[in-house]
Design a protein around this ligand. Structure first.
Ligand code: ADP
Ligand code: MG
Length: 454
């Protein structure tokens, strides 16, 4: 292995570590802190990781450093260390300054908005039957923001291109109308901003800031619906209405259509449905090959069709996972400097394909296994008891049922003693949140998952 790896090689290694890291540190932490991080140097022993800010560095250093170095060690097949440095925005040539972060536009300050990922453009988006409508609506909106569909609501399962499309709109608007103020923000960070504003008695300022926004791109709105209380939903509704009424463009991405969101506010739900609702579905195998091909070329690689087809056939349901597998192959090429054989590829992506293989475990199997491992009775888990000794295993079993089966919240609820789907969602969210902060929960869930999938 070369002592120093090229920067595109480093970036490929990092990209291919992300799916594993997301499992270890949780998706939210991964999306907030790791996805935008970059490997600055690797001297054969130590990875120097550039992270966006002090907050990200402390958060990762306190909680996730061991997970990061163990993932990278596995990937490099030898023990490596990890050090972190805060990236200076000026010193990061990969990220062209975005309109909404430019100092000349004070309105963007403090929005908690994230810079657009330069790769998430319309040019890099492969259009096919599974996404044609959403893509057309997104293009239309980017050409005449605020004048066509308002809001545009895009929904799909995870990893099918919502964030990509949202940001593509942002790029296109900035390109065609540099004067317009574009804000891309996750619903989670909107809520965090709001909480900070309420804490500091700055709610009025918080609202005022939004007056100058022309295009508001809000990602993962299910957060507002599922986790936080009425205040954040009200505030979101307020901002959303104000913008729509002044003909500003709002685009929303969600993991579920408006009617399935757990909203307390019916007016909000009906407003969300007033514009255009478009979904993204799983791409067919031809489309998956086209996406891989495009991605490989953008990484400067021309991979044999046979290999692309193999990866595309193995991984069906999530484009992010598909790309993760491809990046792992790219990382291998940049480490060894040779084209891999099909057998090598098979071995390399074995993990990924099992993750995406059709899930065969049933809700009953999950519940029985969890009851057995956590030493409680299945009848109690499915029954009405609400003491802590049974509530926790039940929540864990519900979480795993949602993760490992394709059943809807409603049918999981039916199985767990006829509980309604908001109870199921609450249990799911509770365990997801603990996964981010509590190592013990992380290991528990990991062990149960591997036991169930073995
Ligand atoms: P979501 O927000 O729905 O979870 P993302 O937008 O993050 O999904 O997409 C996951 C990955 O798949 C991203 O790297 C994105 O660039 C890629 N991707 C999704 N759809 C397409 C597509 N149609 N063409 C090319 N790449 C795509
Ligand atoms: Mg997304």
């Amino acid at each position: 292995m070369p002592e120093t790896t090229s920067s595109s090689g480093l970036s490929q290694i990092w990209q291919s570590a992300l799916p594993q890291l997301a499992k270890r540190v949780g998706h939210a932490a991964c999306d907030s802190f790791l996805r935008n991080a970059e490997v600055l140097e690797f001297d054969g022993e130590t990875f120097l990781l550039g992270v966006a800010n002090e907050f990200a560095r402390n958060w990762l250093a306190e909680r996730h450093l061991p997970a990061i170095s163990s993932c990278l060690s596995e990937l490099m097949e030898k023990p490596v260390h990890v050090e972190m440095r805060v990236l200076q925005p000026e010193a990061n040539p990969l990220e062209p300054p975005m309109t909404h972060t430019a100092p000349a536009r004070p309105v963007a300050a403090g929005f908690g908005s994230t810079p657009l990922n330069p790769k998430y453009t319309f040019e890099n988006f492969v259009v096919a039957d599974c996404n044609r409508f959403a893509h057309a609506a997104a293009q239309q909106v980017s050409k005449s923001p605020g004048k066509s569909y308002n809001p545009l609501f895009i929904h799909s399962k995870v990893g099918l291109g919502k964030t990509h499309l949202l940001q593509a709109i942002g790029h296109a608007v900035v390109e065609h109308n540099p004067g317009l103020q574009v804000v891309y923000i996750s619903a989670e960070s909107f809520v965090n901003q709001l909480i900070a504003a309420m804490r500091d008695n700055h709610t009025a300022q918080f609202r005022r800031r939004y007056r100058n926004v022309d295009v508001w791109l809000v990602d993962d709105i299910q957060f507002i619906a599922a986790i936080k209380g009425p205040a954040s939903e009200e505030e979101f509704f307020h901002t959303f209405n104000t913008l729509c009424e002044t003909n500003k463009q709002v685009v929303i991405a969600s993991d579920a259509p408006p009617r399935h969101l757990q909203l307390m506010n019916d007016r909000l739900r009906s407003r969300l449905e007033m514009g255009i609702v478009a979904d993204l579905r799983c791409p067919d195998v031809e489309t998956r090959i086209a996406i891989l091909d495009k991605k490989a070329r953008s990484e400067g690689l021309d991979l044999p069709r046979e290999i692309l087809t193999y990866i595309a056939e193995k991984i069906e349901s999530n484009i992010r996972v598909l790309e993760g597998a491809l990046l792992k192959v790219c990382a291998q090429i940049s480490l060894t400097n040779e084209q891999p054989t099909l057998a090598t590829v098979e071995e390399l992506i074995a993990d990924y394909s099992t993750a995406a293989a059709p899930r065969t475990v049933s809700i009953r199997e999950v519940a029985e296994y969890v009851a057995d491992q956590m030493e409680c009775r299945l009848e109690d888990m499915l029954g009405p008891k609400r003491n802590q000794e049974i509530v926790w295993p039940r929540q864990v079993a519900i979480y795993l049922s949602r993760e490992l089966t394709n059943h809807s919240l409603a049918s999981i609820g039916d199985f767990f003693g006829g509980r309604d789907h908001s109870t199921i969602l609450h249990a799911y969210n509770k365990v997801s949140a603990l996964l981010e902060t509590d190592e013990e929960v992380l290991w528990l869930i990991n062990d149960l998952k591997s036991g169930l999938q073995a």
